[in-house]
Design a protein around this ligand. Structure first.
Ligand code: IMP
Length: 197
């Protein structure tokens, strides 16, 4: 299946191509007039509501264009920190750009509870039908920023299923094998395969 991924985040596209191409799905970024979509995200709701809002906006953006009948994929994700009651959660992108990773490390200075998880919701929408898959990656927040790979909170997130390195110290393949997005995309590919049988 040819899937247009509606996101302004090139790292997410790269992870989706790496994950879904070997499974037979062609993933390309959705570009409208050469530009990646700039979504208005409802800030107060959960990942799933945000993902469905993105689908609706992407559909409106391509209405009446040659892309109208294409399969559209969106993904919404975030970092949920246990001792901060799930903060930054659905606000992860905003918090990363304001408080930053330094700010998160400072917020956790006084606590020993460094448990956290990445969560992702991925949705494909085609011909009025939607397929959804979720992924969770449990881990902990490191004491300092380590590594230069990945994006976002990767320099401070140590997945439980890894070997003690942060996601930013891992190869893209190693991260995708255990990441929230890797799980969500794998699940999506499975439901898409069974739907097309
Ligand atoms: P979204 O584009 O609204 O889904 O924002 C997701 C935000 O969550 C990103 O901008 C990052 O701050 C954070 N995030 C989600 N997935 C990852 C990941 O795999 N690594 C690091 N940060 C992530």
């Amino acid at each position: 299946m040819r899937i247009l991924f509606a996101t302004g985040n090139p790292h997410k596209v790269a992870e989706a191509v790496q994950m879904l191409s070997p499974l037979g799905h062609g993933v390309e970024p959705l570009l409208v007039d050469g530009e990646a979509p700039d979504f208005v995200e409802p800030q107060a709701e959960g990942l799933e509501a945000v993902a469905f809002a993105k689908i609706e906006q992407a559909r409106m953006m391509i209405e009446g264009t040659e892309l109208e009948d294409s399969a559209i994929m969106v993904e919404d994700s975030g970092l949920f920190i246990d001792s901060l009651d799930g903060f930054p959660g659905a606000y992860s992108s905003f918090v990363e750009g304001t408080v930053g990773l330094d700010g998160i490390l400072r917020l956790l200075e006084e606590t020993d509870d460094r448990g956290a998880e990445y969560r992702a919701v991925a949705i494909v929408d085609l011909d009025g039908r939607t397929w959804q898959s979720n992924g969770v990656c449990r881990g902990r927040i490191s004491e300092e920023m380590l590594g230069t790979g990945g994006f976002g909170y990767d320099p401070i997130f140590i997945p439980n299923e890894g070997d003690g390195r942060t996601c930013a110290q891992m190869s893209a393949e190693d991260k995708s094998a255990i990441s929230h997005r890797g799980q969500a995309l794998k699940g999506l590919s499975e439901v898409l395969s069974s739907a097309s049988r």
